[in-house]
Design a protein around this ligand. Structure first.
Ligand SMILES: [Ca+2]
Length: 562
């Protein structure tokens, strides 16, 4: 007992005041409280198992694996009803999990979404992204789920695309985890073909293709995770993102537009997923592909020709879109294969019954619908994510459910802390999904606020709300390297609005914002979004008092490939 008490004290002393700021004492008290609780449990039931540090913990704490994919749209697994993609391992896992059918990205673009997953904060509150003026600080990092779990004794690992480091740490991210095999930026599908900072980390791998390399890394992590200590592994796959699908074949000048079949690349010939799969199935692309892109969102608020449609072949003529679809779903099947390997590995090691798996994506992707491509918009195809949680410890009859509850990616952060028995920091937004997973589905939110502050390539600032039936989005002209004042919309009339009746129009094609018959619901949703917008800015103001923002050096990001 004494060992643990003194270890808890050491833990208290190790909590850096500067990092925790005014909230530090609260956190430290909570940490000691938890250590004391474990002490009581250990002392009463298993004195022989007393471990030598406070950070070690009873085996009852589950391992946690967070699988995050990149640009994977909702419904893109077989078990989610996709018409042709083959994802047998994930399908089996989904059927043994609780799936969230209405889950939204924290914000629909890579970097700020990832910061949201780490911090459990909305984009406006954490303030970090491609088009904001700030970078993530050390003090902010101390309040992320990997940092909090590590401090609570979890062995933490990170594999794949970190996606935030351009804006922080500068090479120091590896030290923030016990195990690291990752990169920042946009690696290649065949990372050994080039020797840049985002590809070189993978040159030591046995495999040559990026997704199998991630499988190798997950296995290496499990090799190194110490027995008797829970672990938290974050895997950020970089498929089916355009940087990967386009780099499947770089042997011609216009390779970024994906104009030729990827299996012309000799390195993909004969591979199980990346050669002929989906090439001969009569794959259909959206009817609207190649049509006028400004039918739904007019050019005055979003001019597609100002960069949006020139990234990764998002101009989407009908030929390139078909090739993009093929590669997109090939990489999802490749992803399924290595996740199958992970599940088998967990079983072989006897870890499968005490490991909670969360699956999500940083956001979705529009692939020809509306005549558009890309992300960043709050339309469902861009903002919704495939989402499920597998907890093998919940009763069998609680698994295999699909819930309509409105869920945000920032809920994942609190959920992981909840599973680990770690108190969430006071400022953290979102809600733990654990009650939903365990069958306590009442009292959940009935509306979810949405946001996208990515302003490059003429994208407007967007905020909105989703209810069971309605989706409302309002837009303002975007400002690059925005400051708090630029996202303060009080007293400003929206420059463009969208209103969808999702019951009648789940595909979000008919904008009812100008329809007098829907004036009442429009007014109600406008008021809700305006109130949340003000509240969010107030949360930002309070947040920066404890966590002063660090201006991002200029020039800002490397040319954001997103
Ligand atoms: Ca992404």
């Amino acid at each position: 007992m004494k060992t643990l008490h003194s270890a808890a004290r050491r833990l208290e002393q190790s909590a850096p005041d500067r990092a925790l700021g005014a909230l530090g004492p609260i956190i430290r008290r909570a940490t000691i409280g938890r250590a004391a609780a474990w002490l009581r449990v250990l002392g009463a039931f298993a004195p022989g198992l007393l471990l030598s540090t406070a950070s070690a913990a009873p085996g009852a704490r589950p391992n946690i694996i967070f699988l995050l994919t990149d640009d994977q749209r909702d419904n893109s697994l077989g078990a989610m009803g996709h018409p042709f993609v083959k994802t047998p391992h994930l399908d089996a896992l989904v059927r043994d999990s609780v799936r969230f059918r209405n889950a939204y990205a924290p914000t629909p673009v890579c970097s700020p979404s990832r910061v949201s997953y780490f911090t459990g904060l909305t984009e406006r509150v954490h303030g970090v992204g491609f088009s904001s003026s700030y970078e993530l600080t050390e003090a902010q990092w101390e309040r992320t789920y990997p940092a909090l779990l590590r401090r609570a004794g979890y062995y933490t690992g990170f594999v794949g695309k970190f996606g935030v480091e351009y804006y922080t740490f500068r090479g120091g991210a590896a030290a923030k985890f016990d195990y690291w095999w990752g990169h920042d930026g946009w690696t290649r599908f065949l990372p050994k073909d080039t020797a840049g900072p985002s590809t070189k980390p993978y040159h030591r791998a046995k495999a040559d293709l990026i997704t199998p390399i991630m499988g190798e890394a997950m296995s290496e992590f499990l090799d190194r995770a110490p027995a008797g200590r829970p672990f938290c592994l974050s895997v950020s796959f970089n498929v089916p993102h355009g940087s990967q699908t386009s780099s499947m074949h770089t042997g011609y000048a216009e390779w970024k537009d994906m104009t030729r079949p990827a299996n012309e690349n000799p390195a993909l010939k004969g591979t199980p997923f990346y050669d002929t799969l989906y090439r001969d199935i009569g794959l259909r692309i959206p009817e609207e592909t190649g049509t006028a892109p400004d039918r739904l969102i007019p050019r005055f608020i979003l001019d597609q020709d100002k960069g949006r449609n020139t990234t990764y072949g998002y101009n989407y003529d009908r030929a390139t879109n078909r090739e993009h679809h093929i590669r997109y779903y090939q990489t999802i099947t490749g992803l399924d294969h290595v996740i199958g390997g992970l599940l088998a590995d967990l079983k072989r090691r006897g870890l499968d019954q005490n490991t909670v798996i969360l699956f999500g994506s940083d956001h979705g992707l529009i692939m020809g619908e509306y005549g558009m491509g890309g992300k960043e918009l709050l339309l469902d195809l861009s903002a919704k994510i495939p989402s499920f949680i597998h907890d093998p410890r919940t009763p069998r009859d609680q698994r295999g459910r699909t819930l309509d509850h409105l869920v945000s990616g920032i809920d994942y952060t609190r959920t992981m802390l909840d599973y680990a028995g770690v108190s969430a920091p006071a400022e953290m937004e979102g809600r733990s999904l654990r009650p939903l997973v365990e069958g306590n589905t009442t009292g959940w939110r009935d509306e979810l606020h949405l946001e996208s502050l990515f302003s490059l390539r003429d994208n407007p600032f967007q905020e909105g709300i989703r209810t069971a039936r309605w989706k409302y989005i309002r837009m303002y002209d975007g400002v690059n390297q925005f400051l708090e004042k630029h996202v303060d919309f009080r007293g400003r009339a929206p420059e463009f609005e969208l209103l969808f009746d999702l019951a009648a129009d789940p595909g979000e094609h008919t904008n009812l914002a100008a329809d007098p018959a829907h004036a009442a619901v429009l007014a109600e949703l406008r008021a809700k979004v305006a109130a949340e917008s003000v509240a969010r800015n107030e949360r930002r103001t309070a947040y920066v008092r404890t966590f002063p923002p660090a201006p991002r050096p200029k020039p800002a990001a490397p040319k954001a490939a997103k």
